[in-house]
Design a protein around this ligand. Structure first.
Ligand SMILES: [Zn+2]
Length: 367
């Protein structure tokens, strides 16, 4: 890939990118530390049954501290701005130059097709789709387009599958095992694996009047958020490579959770709106850039700053599992694949018919 031509391509969007990079260093791109109050991460438990009560650093300030970070603190955006300014890559990133150029190329092409993509997103987010259909659209047209590693696999559990993206683009959707964890503790399938990125899709039907699981409501520690935190911790432990993100996306918004097991620091970003949730009905540049950075975290992740450790706002997950004697499992025995939620054999039909001849309900045991 020719560095000059990538630079020329990306430079067409120079002003928009510059303004957006600045916004990733402001309150609109807040990231909170999370502290776990209680959880069942020591139990053999599928993600759907995981619970994890966690408070955000903005919620509590009893010590007078208010430790927060911005999105740009967790990702090295200067690699991007330097490239725009000078057309060069930093010395210390020379080894990853091919992947970096590819990531810039992806971003440039995404911004070239920006209006078309916004339209697809807007159109389908207003339809009453099934979750798998939305996952296919988001995965195909947004996540995959921004990723250097474009292998995408959707979960083969719990979905009634669709073989191609429903927008008519003709892109095939692949399904397979997307499970992770360890059956002795938290485990289960994530909706999408995109290269080394885990994406959880929370689709809500348009006729639902309930509030989104994604709202940054301090009292809304609902079950879905519990599951996302469990998935984030497990995925990071399977990668065992520093601060690893898990991306959560709904119809209207996305957010990024990140965990680093070594330092026991857990983060939750603010919500980044998708097209349908904005006045202009377009995908905001801030959302695009945040997602691009998170998806390509192996290139742009800044790791854990000593300042964060000094802030002392640890997740408290490590002391918890150490006390419960499950630390070894999280450190050494977490793996990708092979730990799907298995539906055990259903009982014979006769066993589900009660004395009056009424059919009973299939019981799906929790694994
Ligand atoms: Zn499509």
């Amino acid at each position: 890939m020719d560095i000059k031509s990538v630079h020329t391509q990306l430079n067409k969007h120079k002003d928009a990118i510059r303004n957006t990079v600045e916004s990733l260093n402001e309150f609109s791109s807040l990231v909170c530390f999370l502290r776990i109050i209680s959880c069942n991460g020591d139990s053999p438990c599928n993600f759907s049954d995981a619970w994890c009560v966690a408070e955000r650093s903005v919620d509590v300030d009893s010590t007078g501290r208010n430790p927060i970070v911005y999105f740009a603190d967790l990702f090295d955006v200067t690699i991007l701005t330097q490239f725009l300014d000078t057309g060069t890559l930093p010395e210390h990133k020379k080894q990853s130059s091919t992947a970096l150029l590819k990531s810039f190329d992806r971003l440039a092409k995404f911004l070239d097709n920006y209006e078309e993509t916004s339209k697809i997103l807007q159109k389908y987010s207003e339809k009453n789709l099934r979750e798998v259909e939305w996952a296919g659209i988001f995965g195909t047209h947004i996540a995959k387009q921004l990723a250097v590693v474009q292998d995408m696999r959707m979960s083969d559990t719990g979905y009634e599958k669709v073989s191609v993206c429903i927008c008519g683009c003709g892109n095939d959707l692949e399904y397979g095992d997307t499970s992770m964890g360890n059956k002795q503790v938290w485990h289960g399938s994530i909706d999408i694996f995109l290269g080394h990125v885990a994406i959880d899709v929370a689709w809500q039907a348009t006729d639902s009047s309930s509030t989104s699981a994604f709202e940054l409501d301090t009292d809304n520690l609902d079950k879905y958020r519990h599951q996302l935190i469990a998935e984030t911790i497990v995925f990071s432990c399977t990668r065992s490579k520093g601060l690893v993100p898990t991306i959560a996306v709904s119809r209207e918004k996305l957010k990024v959770f990140l965990y680093d097991h070594e330092s026991d620091l857990l983060f939750e970003s603010k919500e980044f709106p998708l097209a349908s949730f904005t006045k202009e009905k377009e995908l905001p540049y801030q959302t695009i850039l945040a997602l691009w950075l998170a998806i390509n975290y192996s290139l742009f992740g800044s790791g854990i700053s000593p300042v964060y450790k000094q802030a002392g706002y640890f997740a408290n997950f490590k002391p918890f599992i150490t006390e419960k004697k499950k630390c070894e499992i999280y450190v050494k025995e977490m793996h990708l694949f092979g730990c799907k939620k298995v539906l055990t054999m259903l009982p014979p039909l006769s066993a589900t018919v009660d004395k009056k001849g009424q059919k009973g309900f299939w019981h799906v045991p929790r694994s």
